[in-house]
Design a protein around this ligand. Structure first.
Ligand SMILES: Cc1cc2nc3c(=O)[nH]c(=O)nc-3n(C[C@H](O)[C@H](O)[C@H](O)COP(=O)(O)OP(=O)(O)OC[C@H]3O[C@@H](n4cnc5c(N)ncnc54)[C@H](O)[C@@H]3O)c2cc1C
Length: 436
């Protein structure tokens, strides 16, 4: 426990000076920290791995970091369910599940997040027949504002369960999550260069034919890197990529050399279109087969800022067309690819995929470069398509806008009033997005 710590997020765009930074060693410690904060009149925010770009965890009150609450606590082999301590990082969880012959059904691009943090913002991967990580949650144990510890699921308290799953840390401190896993599986990864127009035109067929389709479009060009991951049988003879290739691609191309190229782009933005042409060509075709989480997750060492919106999948061609026209018509340089993914619908109240099949479009800017207005322009475009912002990524929408986008928003606010009437778990950003 330390007083007046300094904290900043992964991207470095959010900093905070909490009065207390507490690292509880047990659920009882969490209860004590919440009660002490109430006695001192302080607000409480929980931080996971700090990988959100939005100021969700910023506080000048008590910041809780659940570093010590980690690991799998219980396994129900028959139902393939696990209870996991909320501070467990995904890179710790995935191998532990693997050792049990289990896996999460889908994952995002990286594995640095805490499981509770990933769930709280609706972290997702790609696959129209799959959902985001939150859809795998079957139970939550929370420490509420009054210090009580409650375990909720779809049967015992469906309202609190559905509100607090993608809950932005606004309903209490999640100390345990129960996850519905699937048998461990392997994926065949196929990565090929392609053209944006062709990929957009054939997108519906692509996502029908492959379990997980991930498109990386290099702005200022018509080039994409198309990633298609498909599930294979256990006895499929496919092999992992050789270690040297993995290192070359991940350490060098995606991270070390990539950082050098991005620094060059920051020094001379005019080289970006040419740079993107070259980058798209250098990342050549490759094919390999490996355990699911090794294929889903890669290292991302180059720092950036990001905005990502979910739009109905039918809107994807229009959104990409508008974005491309805007970039081509403005004096802006974007060295990092725009990422396009899709998922199926779910029933989690604040999930971007609530009762909607989405395409996700993510715009990035290298952290040392100005965004040139692209984030604001992008937000204006997707607004016309009922775009729902990723809760952890840059956006300016407030409670009024979000209320129109989420049919159960009023219920979310009602549950919040029930469990946190004094707004122990609030901050300025939460007041903006969920209401005071
Ligand atoms: C390099 C990079 C790659 C990314 N890739 C993807 C991707 O592929 N797909 C995607 O959807 N997103 C992606 N993200 C976004 C990221 O997954 C989310 O922002 C996620 O919330 C980060 O998890 P975290 O553990 O860092 O949580 P934090 O950012 O620390 O916190 C997020 C929220 O969770 C709450 N929270 C955390 N722990 C608890 C708890 N125990 N109890 C209650 N509330 C809690 C916090 O209060 C906060 O509101 C990426 C981000 C980065 C920086």
């Amino acid at each position: 426990m330390s007083a007046t710590a300094s904290w900043s997020n992964w991207a470095g765009n959010v900093t905070a000076h909490p009065a207390r930074l507490v690292e509880p060693r047990s659920v009882e410690d969490v209860v004590a920290a919440v009660k002490q904060a109430a006695e001192r009149g302080q607000r409480v925010r929980v931080v996971g791995a700090g990988h959100s770009f939005t100021p969700l965890v910023a506080t000048d009150g008590t910041m809780l970091r659940l570093t010590h609450l980690t690991g799998i606590l219980e396994v129900d082999h028959a139902r393939r369910r696990v209870r996991v301590a909320a501070g467990t990082r995904l890179y710790v969880l995935n191998p532990l599940l693997d050792a049990l012959g289990l896996a999460l059904p889908n994952l995002g691009d990286i594995d640095r997040q805490g499981i509770a943090g990933a769930i709280a913002t609706g972290t997702h991967g790609t696959g129209v027949r799959r959902q985001g990580i939150a859809a795998a949650v079957t139970g939550l144990t929370l420490v509420l504002a009054d210090g009580s510890v409650v375990s909720v699921d779809a049967a015992s308290d469906p309202e609190l369960f559905r509100a607090a799953t993608v809950g932005l840390g606004a309903f209490g401190v999640v100390v345990e999550v129960e996850l519905q896993c699937v048998p461990a599986f392997r994926l065949r990864a196929l990565e090929t260069p392609g053209r944006l127009d062709e990929v957009v035109e054939g997108y519906e067929q692509l996502v029908a034919d492959h379990d997980h389709v991930d498109v990386h479009w290099f702005p200022h060009t018509d080039r994409v890197l198309l990633k298609r991951n498909s599930r294979v049988a256990d006895d499929d003879p496919g092999r992992p990529q050789p270690r040297w290739r993995e290192r070359l691609d991940d350490d060098l191309l995606s991270n070390k050399l990539y950082e050098v190229l991005n620094r060059a782009a920051a020094a001379r933005p005019s080289i970006v279109p040419r740079l993107n042409q070259v980058s798209a060509r250098v990342l050549g075709a490759k094919e390999y087969t490996d355990t699911s989480w090794r294929v889903f997750c890669t290292a991302r060492d180059v720092r950036f800022r990001e905005s990502e919106y979910a739009v109905p999948r039918a809107s994807l061609p229009a959104v990409l067309g508008e974005l491309r026209a805007w970039i081509d018509g403005h004096d802006v340089a974007l060295p990092i690819p725009v990422e396009v993914r899709s998922t199926g619908a779910d029933d989690v109240w604040l999930s971007t995929a609530y009762e909607r099949e989405n395409a996700y479009v993510a715009v990035h800017q290298y952290h040392r470069m100005d965004d040139g207005g692209v984030f604001a322009a992008f937000e204006a475009m997707v607004r016309e398509h009922d775009g729902r912002p990723h809760w952890g990524k840059l956006h300016t929408l407030g409670a009024e806008d979000l209320g129109r986008l989420y049919p159960r928003f009023g219920d979310v606010q009602r549950v919040r009033d029930r469990v946190d009437p004094e707004r122990r778990f609030a901050n300025e950003h939460l007041a903006h997005v969920l209401g005071p």
